[in-house]
Unconditional design. Structure first.
Length: 177
């Protein structure tokens, strides 16, 4: 009885090992569904699909897609929430991206540099995020998809105290939720 059980277990292990080996070798040889009869280049079959490069880059509608293809932030002048021509151009790209990705909701983060009081910078960050939201809405984005929030000076991109750092920190950032 023990011999039968032992033989059965060994046979199962041998079959499992063979199955793994055959899958690996099939992929390495290049044979597969694309080489079946009637699917070659002359028949218009799936070989043409197999020869096309696989899509690369970030998945559509993700934060990575937004950052890579559009840009996720706009910048402001000192003590200002006014939109510049450059800011508006970026926001127009963002609104187009949002219209193409209808299922996406976002948070607009308003930020300020370290100068000024905490309260002043929270209010300024809120005005920046709200100004960006309002412009996106005028471009056709549903306001229910946008949540503005202010972080004031609490989340600097560059914590150093220089004009270069401050200019990076005066921003609004679009974050996919």
């Amino acid at each position: 009885m023990r011999c039968k059980i032992l033989v059965t277990v060994l046979a199962g292990l041998a079959l499992a090992a063979c199955e793994t080996t055959s899958q690996d070798s099939g992929g390495a040889s290049g044979a597969g569904a694309g080489s079946a009869a009637g699917s070659g280049p002359s028949s218009g079959g799936s070989a043409n699909v197999a020869s096309k490069p696989l899509p690369t880059g970030p998945m559509s509608g993700t934060q990575e897609d937004l950052v890579t293809n559009v840009g996720d932030r706009v910048f402001f002048a000192l003590d200002s929430y006014a939109l510049t021509a450059e800011t508006r151009a970026t926001l127009e790209k963002q609104s187009k991206w949002l219209r193409q990705n209808q299922g996406v909701t976002i948070t607009l983060e308003g930020h300020a540099d370290e100068r000024g009081t905490r309260e002043y910078n929270l209010a300024l960050g809120e005005r920046r995020a709200t100004e960006v939201r309002d412009y996106l809405v005028t471009l056709g984005v549903n306001p229910n998809r946008i949540k503005p929030v202010s972080y004031g000076k609490e989340r600097p991109v560059d914590p150093s105290s220089s004009e270069n750092a401050w200019s990076k920190n005066r921003r609004s950032v679009m974050v996919v939720r």
